[in-house]
Every structure is written in C-alpha cells, then in structure tokens.
Design a protein around this ligand. Sequence first.
Ligand SMILES: *[C@@H]1O[C@H](CO)[C@@H](O)[C@H](O)[C@H]1NC(C)=O
Ligand SMILES: *[C@@H]1O[C@H](CO)[C@@H](O)[C@H](O)[C@H]1NC(C)=O
Ligand SMILES: *[C@@H]1O[C@H](CO)[C@@H](O)[C@H](O)[C@H]1NC(C)=O
Ligand SMILES: *[C@@H]1O[C@H](CO)[C@@H](O)[C@H](O)[C@H]1NC(C)=O
Length: 245
Amino acid sequence: MLFLIALPFVFGAVAKGWATDAKVNCNNPPDAQYIVNMTPSKNAGIDAQIVAQTGPDGCTNFVVNINGNPPAQVAPYLYHIHELPVPSDGNCTATLGHLDPYGRGETPPCDASQPQTCQVGDLSGKHGSIASLPGFSAHYTDKYVSLVSGNPSFLGNRSIVIHYNNLTRIACANFELVRQSSPSKSASPASCPPPSTVNSTSTSTPPYIIIPVVTPTGSAGASTSTSTVSGGAGALAVAMVAAVL
Ligand SMILES: *[C@@H]1O[C@H](CO)[C@@H](O)[C@H](O)[C@H]1NC(C)=O
Ligand SMILES: *[C@@H]1O[C@H](CO)[C@@H](O)[C@H](O)[C@H]1NC(C)=O
Ligand SMILES: *[C@@H]1O[C@H](CO)[C@@H](O)[C@H](O)[C@H]1NC(C)=O
Ligand SMILES: *[C@@H]1O[C@H](CO)[C@@H](O)[C@H](O)[C@H]1NC(C)=O
C-alpha cells in the first residue's frame, strides 16, 4: 500500500529523466562582480539594481534593490535568472525560460527549504518573492549559481526578468560584468597549485621540511647562500635599528 502511494512521487521527481540536484558552486574568483541595472523607462517603471558578487565563502552573494511603480499591482512579484540575455529590442520573452541546467522544470513549485532541488535561476522561489513595490531590498547568498564562465550555472551571460504574480513579464535586463576578479587577490587562486607541487616533492624528501627552521637566523642571506656580506649588512641594519630604538 505504502509502495503504491510512493510510486507516483518517484516518477514525478524524475519526470524529465535527467533531473538532478543543483551542484554547489562556491569556487568563484575573489571579488568577481556582475550587475543588472533596470532603468524605469525601459522596464515598465521598474527601477532595479541586482548585484551578484563573490562572497567571503566563495559562493555568490546577491544584493537586490527594486523600486519604481509598475503599471499594475499584481503582487507578489517574482524574479528569476533567465537562460538567455535580453536582445537589443528589449523583448523579455526572448530570454526564454528560467536558468535550469539540471532539468528540474517548473513544477512542483520550489521548496525554499531544499534549494538544491529548485531551478538554479529561481531566485524568488529560493530567497523570497517581492511582496510589494516600490521598496524591495534583499541580501542573501546563493550556493548554486556560478560566477565562473563555462559552469552550467554561470549567470554572467544571462538576464533577470521580473514577473507579475500571474507570470506576465514586466521588466528584464542583462547581467553586466563589473570585474571578473580583483587583480590583487586573483594571484591567490593561481598560487594554490604550488602547494601540490611542494606536497609532491616533500613526499619524496620529507626531511627537507626541517630547512625552514634554519632561515630565521639569516633570511636576507638565505636567498644568496654565498653572501655573508648581505647577512652581515642585515645584522648591521638590525643593530642600527636597535640603536635608534
Ligand atoms: C519576442 O520574442 C519572442 C520569442 O523569441 C517572439 O516570439 C516574439 O515575437 C517577440 N516579440 C516581439 C514584439 O518582437
Ligand atoms: C552562457 O555561459 C554558459 C557557461 O559558460 C554557456 O553554457 C551558455 O551557452 C552561455 N549562454 C549564452 C547565451 O551565451
Ligand atoms: C497579469 O496581470 C497584468 C496586470 O493586471 C495583466 O495586464 C496581464 O494580462 C495578466 N496576465 C495574464 C497572463 O493573466
Ligand atoms: C599531499 O599529501 C597528502 C599526504 O601525503 C596526500 O594525502 C595528498 O593527496 C597529497 N596531495 C597532493 C595534491 O599530492
């Protein structure tokens, strides 16, 4: 009996055959940032800025501010990342459906307590709809979208569409690149590989790990092993600083 009841749910969950939970994407480049800017004149009176940026945990952090007065109040409003960018004629329908790389489909509605089972682009489903306008702001982290080009959940080449509650599209605009990563911090992901080479060399010669212990006595001289002069100069400089102090 239980088995018979459970069966339809099992088939429902795999209706598309290939639907899977969304992958967690928290490996964004440091300080990557994209912005969607909706200007009221092109967006039925809606004035919105939606920033997607790398958070401290490497996941995507959203800052959402939506204002303006749409022609009708059909709240709550919904907003999603759509698959394609808005073409130059501003046609929101041309953005196709929601970003859904894992094939979940529209139904059943997103369960916000299990965001990995929702469409990746369903921001209002996962993080809350827009109760009223003007005056909506929200700040949240989404682990499933990506700021890494090439990732199936990458949002940088897509758009955001705001809908009435009846799903009619009222505003849309594209994500635009502010920066892919900060120049200063982008060196740190690049310097991640070296530890693995250090790891592989150190496994072959573990005793040499002891060497760093020697360096504190002459860090200036350590770079040029034959130069006792630089070590002496360093020692002299230290002595002079000590004298000044
Ligand atoms: C908007 O795009 C949709 C989908 O591509 C298309 O069917 C429709 O004709 C377009 N509307 C206008 C006004 O161009
Ligand atoms: C956007 O980027 C993703 C990942 O790089 C890619 O799979 C997709 O085809 C791109 N879409 C468009 C419209 O360029
Ligand atoms: C949704 O609501 C708006 C505003 O009342 C209306 O213009 C539009 O036709 C409605 N769309 C549908 C699909 O009912
Ligand atoms: C580094 O060494 C550890 C311990 O030997 C090993 O488990 C790990 O796989 C190594 N990592 C790499 C990248 O070689």
